[in-house]
Design a protein around this ligand. Structure first.
Ligand code: CMC
Length: 431
């Protein structure tokens, strides 16, 4: 902790107070104003958390100006090149990369927790065939609280570990069951001899009437996408998991809250919205016309997959995914993919446009991811589910970090109240 102080003076009352400045291991210093109300009888006002650190964390670091993303200190580029999703999940949960023994035990535990309780699986029958898969996933994850009672003591480290492994293991099964329900196809049971993403593809695309062989290229591409989506510090869904979890609620309920928060188009839902947008634009010659609408403040259209609260530079994940699009599409023999061509052209034009330059708007993780999901045969309505599946590792890592902290407090923001002051009730005939 730094000895630096931040001095604050209320010009109306003349009262001056000093606040401690905390120094993170990297990144900007943070002023600790937790006693501000006691000292001055005032709250701070920061809608959208533009300048507020909501917690202390050791999981993920982003330098938005430099376009840097580190999981537990490791650059995303190195993890994307050398690691795999389950190893990254272990890293996020435990803080260090595993030894061979640790990793094989972890994988064994994940592979043994893939099945869903049959009653939970039958719950899908209650959903309408055209229910959005995110609605089903959020509901099923929340319902896990009603099934797995050996993980309800959040103050028991072993319970927390079982919960962590169970949700990471079952989330592909939950996602696949939502997909199969929408298709009207029979549910496919997990295969524990397959790797994490290969098993997911098997549950998505196998049918009982013929053999299905997972394409290793597809499994590898998906694994890379999962690494890139695994965590992103205090984003809206992770903050939702923390806020819900801070009440001491069942951990599955907290993760379900995160799934729901991720669904919005400003967050994880953007990957689905990007392909809708590309389809709407249709061809490269329509890009200028579309961008004119994006820049028109009277029009609510946004360039989906562009812009970020933290990155004021290229999102490093978008760069990796763009390269991956080239590679995966070439390997699939789809070198002239029209959606990819259009996205590249859109990016090129937007990055030269003063509107985007002035506001530092760059492609984010969602701009290109849907193109790969589509190439792998994953339908658009499942894109945000893919994001949720990968982000589960991050949500759980943050929940574990928060619950294990003896200083954990319920998150309870304050407000700037602008409603009516106290007034007297008037009987209906007198109004
Ligand atoms: N298209 C057009 N204008 C934009 C865009 C965009 N995609 N993003 C930001 N702006 C403009 C915005 O209109 C504002 O302009 P002005 O200063 O003239 O009012 C300025 O840039 C600042 O934008 P903001 O909305 O105040 O920024 P924010 O930090 O609150 O929002 C964002 C961040 C990601 C919600 C926003 O950039 C956006 O809506 N992007 C499109 C949706 C998207 O791709 N979301 C995925 C985010 S990355 C993955 C994830 O987090 O899940």
């Amino acid at each position: 902790m730094s000895q630096n102080k931040f001095q604050l003076k209320n010009l109306a009352s003349g009262k001056t107070t000093e606040y401690a400045i905390h120094q993170g291991s990297v990144g900007p210093e943070v002023v600790d104003i937790s006693t501000l109300y006691r000292d001055h009888g005032m709250f701070t006002f920061d809608p959208g958390f533009m300048a507020t650190a909501s917690c202390e964390s050791r999981v993920t670091y982003i330098d938005g100006d430099a376009g840097v993303l580190l999981y537990r200190g490791y650059p995303i580029e190195q993890l994307a090149e050398k690691s795999n999703h389950l190893e990254v999940a272990y890293l996020l949960l435990n803080g260090e990369l595993p030894s061979e023994d640790e990793f094989s035990q972890f994988k064994h535990s994940i592979h043994r927790h893939t099945m869903l309780n049959e009653s939970l699986r039958k719950m899908y029958d209650g959903f309408h065939h055209d229910a959005h898969p995110m609605a089903m996933v959020a509901a099923i994850v929340a319902s896990m609280a009603a099934f797995y009672h050996d993980t309800t003591d959040i103050y028991n480290a072993r319970h927390r570990e079982i919960f962590a492994h169970r949700i990471i293991a079952k989330i592909p099964t939950i996602a696949a069951a939502a997909y199969k329900h929408a298709l009207g196809q029979p549910f496919i049971y997990p295969r524990n001899d397959l790797d994490y993403t290969a098993n997911m593809l098997h549950m998505f695309f196998a049918v009982p009437c013929e053999p299905y062989r997972v394409d290793p290229l597809h499994a590898k591409a998906l694994d890379l996408l999962f690494i890139l989506h695994a965590d992103h510090e205090q984003n809206a869904s992770t903050s939702t998991v923390r806020l819900a979890g801070s009440t001491g609620c069942n951990p599955y309920a907290a993760i379900s809250a995160g799934v729901s928060a991720l669904w919005g188009p400003a967050h994880g839902g953007a990957n689905e919205a990007v392909l809708d947008m590309l389809e709407e634009i249709g061809s490269a010659d329509k890009v200028p016309q579309f961008l004119a609408r994006v820049k028109d403040k009277q029009d609510s259209v946004r360039l989906m997959g562009f812009g970020h609260r933290v990155y004021k530079n290229f999102d490093p994940r978008a760069r990796i995914i763009r390269e991956m699009c080239h590679r995966v599409l070439a390997q699939l023999g789809d070198t002239n993919n029209p959606m990819f061509e259009l996205a590249l052209r859109l990016e090129e034009i937007a990055l030269k446009d003063d509107y985007f330059i002035a506001r530092k708007l760059y492609p984010n993780v969602d701009f290109y991811s849907g193109i790969i999901y589509s190439a792998l045969g994953i339908p658009r309505s499942m894109f945000t589910v893919m994001f949720a599946l990968a982000r589960t590792a991050g949500w759980v890592a943050h929940w574990l970090e928060m619950i294990a902290d003896p200083a954990m407090k319920i998150s309870r923001p304050r407000q700037l109240y602008r409603g009516p002051a106290q007034r007297d009730y008037v009987a209906i005939e007198g109004r």
